[in-house]
Design a protein. Sequence first.
Length: 260
Amino acid sequence: MTGGDELVRAFELRGERAAEALDWLHVHAEVQGAIEDEQVVTVWLDGPLPPLPFADVVVRELVLDPAAATVTGLEHDAPIQVAADLLVRPPWVERPAGFRGIELILPRGGAFGSGEHGSTQAALRCLHAVWDAPPSFADIGCGSGILALYAHVRGCRQIDACDIDPASVQAASELLPTAAVHLGGPERCRRADGVVANMTGSELRAAMPAILDRWTGLRALVLSGLRATEVEAVAALVPRPVAHRETVGEFTSVAYRGFR
């Protein structure tokens, strides 16, 4: 089985922080799939497993069946209904008959954030619920650029995005050629009225001063990628009340309204 130009490899992660390690891999590697059980995660990657910053997670590579090498990964692709009037689909999948809402069309690839992951769907639901037409928008930790694409489709014309992963920057730049996509952290983006950040809980905590510095506070701020035990601590770092929240699977997104 192949993904991109690399052989897909499978790894078993064991330990109390296995789920946290999977969150980290979604940001720092090209995850093709994952199965989560209690303290055990099986993950498929395009290529080798990068060194994990979790010394207590035990890693074992699994042997894959060579007979699966003919699978392309596209056979069962389908539209993702994020909300009643919000749909995500790759360009090779047709729009469902009768759908009249907002469509986000982007290929599913190695860059994190193509609509399948719970944190991405939670962020989209939150952003959709509190959308207030910001004239400028910043997508922090943009991955594929799907959240920036939402802002573009809704009519925002000044869009910045950033990610520390070069593959994500390339994917977002190709998806949104009119946006300013930067390699690096929040400080690379211009200040924006609307801001979204979809990261792991620990990354959000570390980046929060820079995220708040990029946010003018005039329109909505959305934070996503939070597991249940992280929500309250991270939400409290923003000096405004939470106006809306969405949970998809294991992940929660919170939103704060701006002062126009």
